[in-house]
Design a protein around this ligand. Structure first.
Ligand SMILES: Cc1cc2nc3c(=O)[nH]c(=O)nc-3n(C[C@H](O)[C@H](O)[C@H](O)COP(=O)(O)OP(=O)(O)OC[C@H]3O[C@@H](n4cnc5c(N)ncnc54)[C@H](O)[C@@H]3O)c2cc1C
Ligand code: SF4
Length: 330
């Protein structure tokens, strides 16, 4: 591991001043960053420890939304009574990720900014445009079981590994960020970037910006919501495909719906085409199928992950079917 200097920031002002130093990097729970430093993939000159910042609270917002501090631990967010009742898909998504020990350490900000799990990204001997721009992509033509089927490019076919971010994409969440220039808000669906020809640029966050909070709007449809994750092992594995969805029906018609997909793209994939097909349609298996077809129409698979397209379709249908049953029972 490369040597670095260490700053423990007592407040946000100190943290954003420290991050303005060239080569500086924030340390949240450290569960991803420290592994990457050990592998010599991340090589910060200055490590700005933000764990003492007063950004751990989860607070009600006027109008019924919720503000989750960026330093709130994943386990605290998942267990929060308001999140469990008003946004159950968020609680379920977090509990489907990593392990209890990791969730006790991992923070909301760090979870959003965790790096891809593409094997070649971790292997310093392989070409990787994300790790070293312009070097090529060893995944294309390589082992691609876990790679993207939506929004990929000729430069990179990696997926974003976060479960939590998929739920946040479905919930119309907003990311609050701060720097020495002030504060701004970024819709979660615009926070992560598709790779295009610059896969090393992963988010809309500038190098000197700190994520300070995630805000959830009041969203009554989210009370009937679920997160369904399909993976190779029952626990401790990243998603092959996941679906975060919420459904509201009135007199047999769909009057509210949110769908987002994980494990399929470099960003949490808000399934807007599926939502367009579903809104106002009869709440039936046939509508769910049509919506899943429409969303997956532009999907492009790699030789080893063709199965993901059908898996994503079926997981969308199964999640919506379950929500229809849950909603009728409520
Ligand atoms: C074995 C294992 C299994 C896992 N399985 C899953 C899984 O199934 N699903 C899943 O979703 N995740 C999984 N994870 C990933 C885990 O969720 C992440 O490691 C964790 O969420 C990262 O949070 P952290 O606070 O530890 O981030 P850190 O490691 O501290 O930071 C990660 C990145 O975010 C930056 N950062 C941190 N906080 C901020 C901030 N406030 N503002 C700006 N930048 C910031 C850091 O500089 C760094 O670049 C797994 C991890 C491991 C090790
Ligand atoms: S898919 Fe992306 S992260 Fe993986 S090797 Fe290719 S460029 Fe690197």
């Amino acid at each position: 591991m490369k040597s670095f200097s260490y700053v423990s920031a007592p407040d946000v002002a100190t943290a954003v001043r420290a991050i303005a130093e060239p080569g500086a990097k924030f340390l949240g729970g450290g569960t991803n960053l420290v592994d990457l430093m050990r592998e010599d993939i991340e090589r910060p000159d200055v490590l700005v420890d933000i764990t003492r910042l007063p950004l751990t609270e989860i607070e009600d917002l006027p109008g019924g939304g919720l503000r989750i501090g960026a330093l709130a631990r994943n386990s605290k967010v998942a267990a929060h009574p308001v999140i469990r009742t008003r946004y159950p898909l968020l609680s379920q998504a977090i509990l489907n990720g990593a392990s209890a020990q990791l969730r006790n350490m991992a923070t909301v900000g760090g979870n959003l900014l965790q790096r891809t799990r593409c094997l070649y990204f971790y292997d310093g001997a392989s070409a990787c445009n994300k790790r070293e721009p312009g070097s090529g992509c060893a995944a294309i033509g390589g082992f691609t079981r876990n790679h993207a089927i939506l929004g990929a490019s000729e430069s990179c076919i990696a997926t974003h590994p976060s479960d939590m971010a998929v739920a946040l994409a479905a919930l119309d969440a907003t990311v609050e960020v701060e720097s020495t220039r002030g504060l701004r808000r970024i819709p979660l669906t615009d926070f992560h970037l598709l790779p295009g020809s610059t896969p090393h640029l992963e988010t809309a966050l500038a190098a000197d910006e700190l994520v300070t909070a995630v805000e959830l709007p009041a969203l009554p449809v989210a009370a009937n919501s679920r997160y369904r994750k399909v993976r190779d092992r029952a626990s401790y594995a990243f998603a092959l495909v996941s679906v975060a969805a919420a459904l509201e029906t009135t007199d047999g018609k769909i009057t509210g719906v949110r769908v987002a997909l994980g494990g399929v793209s470099a960003k949490p994939w808000r399934a807007r085409e599926a939502e367009r097909v579903l809104l106002g349609a009869p709440a039936t298996e046939e509508s769910f199928r049509r919506a899943a077809e429409a969303e997956l129409a532009p999907a492009v698979a790699q030789p080893e992950n063709t199965f993901k397209i059908e898996l994503a379709r079926r997981t969308i249908v199964a999640t919506l079917r379950q929500l229809l049953t849950d909603g009728s029972a409520a």
